[in-house]
Write a protein that binds this ligand. Structure first.
Ligand code: OOG
Ligand code: MG
Length: 284
């Protein structure tokens, strides 16, 4: 394929590469701008239509990828969504092994991603959704910078068993580190179960993820960085570095304790966690 002249740069968008899974070494297309990437990801999410990953076409640094993410969320906030927290990614071996990425990442949660416990989610809204068992923290005061796990827990109002629906906007759910960061860490929806006071020892709670009453994943909260509080510590650091410190009332999703499971329409998803109880929703 012919290499484009820089003059064609503005016109090139991620769409122009549609159909290509990953560009070969020979073809380097002119890179779309960061705002164009944010728009393409936003549209992909709204249309529930996958786009090709950027890597292979664009050399995106991690800092640029986080800037795309910031702008992507900016588009949602401008449509009236509210910021409600932070999600952490790749905090367990199981997730690292499943996706082949071992760097901790984070993403921004907005009100449009909230799914009420027990409520149905619409399969048509997603590209190729997966679900993973997590634990959620609800903060009672702001938390930022370098904190110890104890200081982090002091800011926690409550903890809950939670499910995250991830739905990569990239074809085949394949991406590089920069790709997935730009795509807000694949976030699509999350469901928190009943909140408990954080005086429960949640460091090693057994959990089972069930599809239509059948177990599909089993694990423990201990697989989240050895102790989920460490994920909150990391979230506090990332958020402060981004100039968006964790706020009172925000939710922090600690990251998947097991590999994520692909979902289809008509599934009832339930996760049962020792001591903290269950959380469920139906994909219709
Ligand atoms: C990226 C998001 C990772 C987690 O809990 O580790 C994540 C992905 O797997 O698509 O949410
Ligand atoms: Mg997750």
């Amino acid at each position: 394929m012919a290499t484009k002249k820089p003059a064609g740069r503005k016109k090139e968008t991620a769409k122009a590469t549609a159909g290509r899974k990953s560009a070969g070494k020979a073809s380097r297309k002119a890179a779309p701008s960061l705002p164009a990437m944010a728009k393409a990801l936003d549209k992909a999410a709204m249309d529930a239509q996958a786009i090709p990953q950027f890597s292979g076409t664009v050399d995106l640094t991690l800092a640029q990828a986080y800037e795309v993410q910031r702008q992507l969320i900016g588009l949602r906030l401008r449509r009236g969504e509210r910021r409600v927290g932070v999600k952490m990614g790749f905090t367990s071996r199981a997730k690292i092994a499943q996706m082949g990425i071992s760097d901790l990442i984070w993403g921004r949660l907005t009100s449009g991603m909230v799914i009420e416990e027990g409520a149905p989610a619409d399969f048509a809204r997603f590209v190729h959704p997966r679900v993973e068992p997590e634990i959620a923290f609800l903060l009672k005061r702001p938390l930022y910078g370098l904190v110890t796990p104890m200081q982090a827990m002091d800011a926690v109002e409550a903890v809950a068993p939670a499910l995250e629906i991830i739905d990569s906007r990239y074809a085949d759910f394949k991406f590089s580190l920069a790709d997935v960061v730009a795509d807000n860490a694949s976030s699509s929806g999350f469901i928190a179960g009943a909140w408990s006071k954080p005086d429960v020892d949640f460091s090693n709670l057994g959990l089972v993820l069930n599809f239509n009453g059948r177990p599909v994943q089993i694990g423990s909260t201990a697989s989240i960085m050895g102790h989920p509080a460490r994920s909150l510590v990391a979230a506090a650091r990332f958020a402060a570095e981004a100039g968006e410190p964790l706020q009172a009332g925000w939710i922090v999703m600690a990251g998947g304790a097991t590999a994520a499971e692909a979902m289809s329409a008509g599934q009832h998803v339930e996760m049962e966690m020792e001591k903290l109880g269950r959380v469920a929703f139906t994909m219709r």
